[in-house]
Design a protein around this ligand. Structure first.
Ligand code: ADP
Ligand code: MG
Length: 614
């Protein structure tokens, strides 16, 4: 068939190019109304609003034809028109910086997690090299350099003990703590796999603690525990508290007290963020935290630009975001205006400077999502290229927000007035269609990508795909080859044995089975990080976005809110948003476009609908 005014109408395709996903919807539009035939989605190619989007758009159209069981364009059928969304040129960028840092000058601690330390308990004494054991006096902690055989080490310690040396603990370079402990006459705590053992200062007061299997150290990870062990005064206790923090969660730890040992918990000046609104300009210290930044932002609304002090972290973060925008829009950085920011407090495990075994300490950090509005979108270029590739007309069919509302209205049970929240990858968008047909829309920075990034950095995953999987799937712990315990406490049994690589691991329950999460943290910890990340982004942004479209800024005047977009598919985000809206008397539910597509495809369908009405 052709795209002419045939008996069953014109073939019209809507294409929504988002930050993450490109969606298409094929329909016939005729006198008897609109029939939706098929939909498809694919990854957006290139940055939203740039000519690179063409490839993804064309792929989405072709697949939507497959889904509609029609011959692909050019191979027997030709769409009458392909409609693209006018991406309100909002592009979002992300940046993250640490704002506190633990520095330990004079190596004073070793707190790593060798898989198999030996013995258990705590030993407090003076550090002595194994070769100097004969001259040791009083409680002694033996330090063993690399290259020693475990049999010899055990024999030397036993000899010393027999001669009356009080050996209370040992620190080894190699992974042989258990082998040594098994050969000792008296059990002592032994920490092994200390790579930089030669840097352990000798002749100093030190403490070695090893917890029983499945437990973590209790004394050295507690500020007052350290104070008791080393007889510290309140000032010194405050000084060593970062050491305690860095050792938390480890099964074994060593702390050596060097006289000049200096531990500082340094705050890094992140810089000042300048928020320029229509009426006033305010400055806020980024150290002050997300809440302070967001309160200040609320006071300057509407934001016209945000800048960071040169030479500071925040300056660097915003410059980085602006650079990306320059690439996208082809306009100089000086012409790019930041129209919204979302600041989120986060905690990142960072390696402690001065540690001996890659110790990490949870450091405060702030993540910023920023959104830019440019005066010109290059969507027309994409439309021209799509037209060329598919050999049909292609034009810009409407503005995203309005189209999303129209698409949302195909959800059974919805009616005007209606508000939608489009939870995408880069931005959270709200739109309102009132009884008179007037539509208003806003975009705020931060959505699914920021959630993934927070999960990745807070858990130290360093892998976007793993973080994305942690975001999307519930957790479990594999307790035996035949059963897992889900994060809600329920147990599931399997008829076939689970693969060995997931045994005793925290896993995500993907549709393809359990996949290990590379972390030593518990299911509870990972779950808490995941839920907090979603709350920090979506609870905050749902309220921010809806307040801007609600009549008079009052959420009470919104009756129904329909959730759309990829993040509305999340297994806990819709509940979380319903919870924050409930106190305002707002009913909120997940969209089901055409009664079949779930929260997806609203903009693409809305484009078709808007065209049909014209
Ligand atoms: P955009 O309109 O910006 O292209 P989408 O509406 O496609 O964005 O949403 C993309 C976001 O949705 C991504 O952050 C992705 O992680 C998230 N997402 C997609 N599917 C799921 C899912 N099943 N659970 C949770 N998040 C999801
Ligand atoms: Mg979208």
């Amino acid at each position: 068939m052709t795209g002419g005014a045939g008996g069953d109408g014109l073939l019209v395709v809507g294409v929504d190019i988002g930050n993450s996903t490109t969606e298409a919807c094929v329909a016939t539009v005729g006198e008897r109304g609109t029939d939706y035939l098929g939909t498809a989605l694919t990854r957006t190619t290139g940055v939203k609003g740039t000519p690179d989007n063409t490839e993804g758009a064309v792929a989405a159209v072709r697949r939507a034809f497959d889904d509609a069981r029609r011959a692909r364009p050019g191979l027997g059928s030709a769409p009458h028109v392909v409609l693209l969304n006018e991406a309100t040129p909002v592009i979002s960028g992300l940046a993250m910086e640490t704002i506190s840092e633990t520095i330990i000058t004079e190596s004073t601690m070793i707190g790593h997690n060798p898989t198999t330390p030996g013995g258990s308990g705590i030993g407090v004494g003076t550090t002595v090299a194994i070769d100097a054991l004969s001259g040791a006096r009083g409680p002694t902690i033996v330090v063993v350099p690399p290259g020693r055989d475990f049999d010899d080490v055990a024999a030397e310690i036993n000899d010393a003990t027999d001669r009356g040396v009080e050996v209370v603990a040992a620190v080894l370079a190699h992974d042989d703590a258990v082998l040594v402990v098994n050969r000792l006459h008296a059990a002592i705590p032994v920490v092994d796999e200390v790579g930089a053992v030669e840097k352990v200062p000798l002749g100093m007061d030190a403490a070695v603690e090893v917890a029983d299997p499945g437990r973590t150290v209790r004394t050295l990870s507690d500020s007052y525990g350290l104070a008791s062990v080393f007889g510290l005064d309140p000032d010194q206790t405050r000084q060593v508290s970062p050491v305690a923090r860095a050792l938390t969660g480890n099964r074994s730890a060593v702390v050596v007290r060097t006289p000049s040992g200096d531990v500082t918990d340094r705050r890094i000046p992140v810089g000042t963020l300048t928020l320029a609104g229509a009426g006033k300009t305010l400055h806020v210290d980024v150290d002050a935290g997300a809440e302070e930044i967001m309160t200040t932002l609320a006071r300057v609304q509407p934001l016209q630009d945000a800048t960071g002090e040169g030479g500071t972290h925040v300056g660097g973060m915003l410059a980085q975001i602006r650079d990306t925008m320059t690439d996208v829009t082809g306009r100089p950085a000086s012409e790019i205006r930041i129209r919204d920011v979302l600041a989120v407090d986060t905690v990142v495990p960072s390696e402690v400077q001065g540690g001996l075994a890659g110790e990490v300490s949870p450091e405060r950090a702030v993540a910023l999502a920023a959104m830019v509005r440019t005066s010109r979108s290059r969507m027309q270029v994409v439309a021209d290229r799509v037209a060329h590739e598919l050999g049909c007309r292609s034009e810009i069919g409407g503005v995203e927000g309005e189209m999303a509302v129209r698409g949302a209205l195909t959800t059974p049970g919805t009616a005007v007035p209606i508000a939608v929240l489009d939870l995408g990858g880069g931005s959270t968008d709200a739109a309102l269609l009132d009884r008179d047909g007037a539509c208003s829309a806003v975009h705020v920075a931060g959505a699914g990508e920021l959630v993934t990034k927070l999960i990745s950095s807070e858990l130290g995953l360093d892998d976007r795909d793993v973080a994305e999987s942690v975001k999307r799937h519930p957790l479990a712990r594999v307790e035996s080859f035949f059963h897992v315990r889900h994060e809600d406490g329920t147990v599931q049994f399997f008829a076939d044995p689970l693969p060995p690589h997931v045994f005793a691991r925290v896993v995500v329950m993907t549709p393809d089975g359990p996949a290990p999460v590379p972390t030593r943290r518990s299911v509870e910890h990972v779950r808490a990080v995941r839920r907090e990340a979603k709350r920090k982004v979506f609870a905050v942004n749902a309220l921010r976005a809806l307040r801007q479209v609600a009549p008079g800024g009052s959420l009470r005047l919104l009756d129904f809110v329909v959730l759309l977009g990829g993040s509305a598919l999340d297994f806990e985000v819709p509940d979380l948003i319903a919870d924050v809206l409930a106190p305002h008397g707002v009913v909120c539910g997940t969209g089901n476009v055409h009664g079949t597509e779930g929260p997806r495809n609203a903009v693409a369908s809305g484009l078709v609908d808007a065209w049909a009405r014209r």
